[in-house]
Design a protein around this ligand. Structure first.
Ligand code: ADP
Length: 516
């Protein structure tokens, strides 16, 4: 019988720590297997070294041979049921097994025991790999006669197995992250939208192929400064101007993209950089422009026929005596043509505002403008006994387009009168705000707007459809125009309303317009 000598314990422990350090250099299973195959023999003697890993979904484990001194044992990969053999027992109990074949399984039950019998691997040391109270597998040593595994081997083996189990956990986490990364990567690689990732120093960390195509980038720009790559290009503004988090860009190939910037903040609140997504909106833009052209053309072409209808209607009473039915018919034609004219005018207005036809800016006294609007609304207000109240800060001069501003306030005060029942009150307040801004509140105590309609009232053609206003005519375009005018002046419009209590529209406008 041949006997083996063991290295001194201190050397064996030093080797274990070497192995554990080597594990750390790459968190992948194949690396751990290689390290075990290369160095375990300096810690524990074996003729066969293997590892079993549990497959929880199958209630089974799989054995891999890592190293064998016996040439014929080349590779062993076997599936075994969890309740089979000595390895299954170690996995289930979580306890080390140090045994001699002759005393354990006879006849052999598992592939591993067959192997041990065939190659006379009489001594076996099987150590569970335990992770937080759960056994994930076992480290398997087997040796021919002459090496009875002892207490010291077991201790050294347990140490090695503990280190291995901890590293497996790391490998699992790493693999999970790598899988996730691979998934995101393939998504980004094949996406039609462009993506770019910038670090806080403005260096490009990543950009996908769609982004490269959008800007004709032929080679990797990772690590390059965005400010160099996009020197004086409008795209750079997205990262230089805080308030600007999206913009439209025309690409060299004629496409139009919308670029949106997102700031990346870590869970500890640190600024990690920015991501920008670029979406091709060429088709959308074409559709919008086609629609605007269509509406403009149709509206323009309708103007003349409507005027002719109105003229023809006005001639009817001049032709001769008309009876009541004819008078009613005449009234209906006149009302319909007034409505159609209003609709066409408003459609043309929207078209002009949307195609950004410049404002005719001049200095104007806002107080005077508002007084003028209040005067214009006097007659309709009086017809419903509605009180018009003005509360103006005097001599407020602002820079604006007088025609558009008048239109804006006529719409809002007109609506306030229109949607307030008899004996109500409409109050217009003008106040100065800090930072060179003014605020105008148009407040009424009328019908109010239901909460579910509020988010939509600035949409084109949106009209509130409640019974109490069923007979009030309108196009649903007034507030859309109003909002466009406010925004064209760099202002903001908000609304607060409660049904049967009243509505307040608030407009905040800058006193000066930015210079071009
Ligand atoms: P319309 O031509 O229908 O008046 P607007 O765009 O001016 O179109 O207004 C949209 C809808 O908002 C209206 O249908 C109306 O019901 C509601 N609305 C606007 N102003 C007021 C207000 N001051 N009080 C109550 N409802 C209002």
């Amino acid at each position: 019988m041949k006997t083996q000598t063991r290295l001194p314990l201190t050397d064996r422990l030093a080797n274990v720590s070497e192995i554990l350090i080597s594990f750390a250099s790459s968190p992948v299973l194949s690396h751990y297997y290689q390290v075990l195959a290369d160095f375990t023999r300096f810690t524990i003697h074996y003729d066969f070294l293997g590892i079993a890993l549990v497959d929880p979904t199958e209630s089974a484990y799989i054995i891999h041979s890592l190293d064998a001194k016996i040439e014929e044992i080349e590779e062993l990969i076997e599936f075994e049921s969890i309740d089979k053999g000595i390895i299954g027992e170690v996995i289930q109990t979580g306890k080390v097994s140090r045994s001699q074949l002759a005393l354990t399984e006879e006849p052999p039950q598992s592939a591993f025991q067959f192997l041990c019998t065939d190659y006379h691997l009489h001594n076996q040391l099987i150590i569970p790999l335990v992770q937080v109270e759960q056994t994930i597998g076992a480290l398997i040593f087997a040796a021919t006669e002459g090496m009875d595994y002892n207490e010291e081997d077991e201790r050294v083996g347990v140490l090695l197995a503990a280190g291995l189990a901890a590293n497996f956990e790391m490998a699992r986490l790493y693999q999970g992250m790598a899988d996730e990364r691979a998934m995101f990567n393939s998504m980004l690689q094949s996406a039609k939208d462009g993506f770019v990732l910038i670090d806080p120093d403005m260096q490009v960390q990543y950009c996908n192929p769609a982004f490269d195509t959008m800007f004709n980038i032929a080679q990797s720009v990772q690590g390059e400064l965005l400010t160099d790559l996009f020197f004086e290009h409008p795209f750079i503004k997205l990262f230089q101007e805080d308030e600007l988090d999206q913009l439209e860009l025309e690409l060299e190939d004629g496409r139009i993209v919308q670029a949106v910037r997102h700031t990346i903040i870590s869970e500890f609140g640190d600024h990690l950089g920015w991501a920008a997504a670029l979406h091709d909106i060429t088709l959308l833009k074409e559709l919008v422009s086609m629609k605007t052209d269509f509406v403009n053309t149709v509206s323009h072409d309708l103007k003349n026929p409507i005027a002719s209808i109105r003229m023809a209607a006005d001639l009817i009473p001049l032709v001769g005596e008309t009876n009541q039915a004819q008078k009613d018919m005449h009234d209906r034609i006149v009302r319909a043509s007034i409505f159609m004219k209003e609709l066409v005018t408003e459609l043309l207005d929207i078209g002009q505002l949307e195609s950004n036809l410049g404002l005719k800016l001049q200095e104007l006294d806002l107080t005077e403008q508002l007084e003028d609007v209040m005067f214009a609304q006097q007659t309709p207000a009086e017809s419903k006994n509605i009180m018009l109240v003005s509360d103006f800060k005097k001599d407020t001069v602002i820079q604006a387009d007088p025609g558009r501003l008048r239109q804006l306030f006529l719409n809002l005060v007109g609506n306030a009168v229109k949607y307030t029942p008899e004996n109500g009150e409409v109050r217009v307040t003008l106040t100065g705000l800090e930072n060179e801004r003014v605020q105008v509140d148009i407040q009424d105590n009328g019908l109010g707007i239901p909460a579910e309609d509020l988010p939509h009232i600035f949409d084109k053609f949106y009209r509130v459809r409640t019974e109490d206003r069923a007979n009030i005519k309108g196009t649903g375009l007034g507030l859309a125009i109003t909002k466009s005018i406010v925004e064209a002046h760099g202002g903001e419009i908000t609304v607060e309303s409660e049904v049967n209590k009243g509505t307040t529209f608030r407009i905040v406008l800058p006193i000066k317009q930015p210079e071009d």
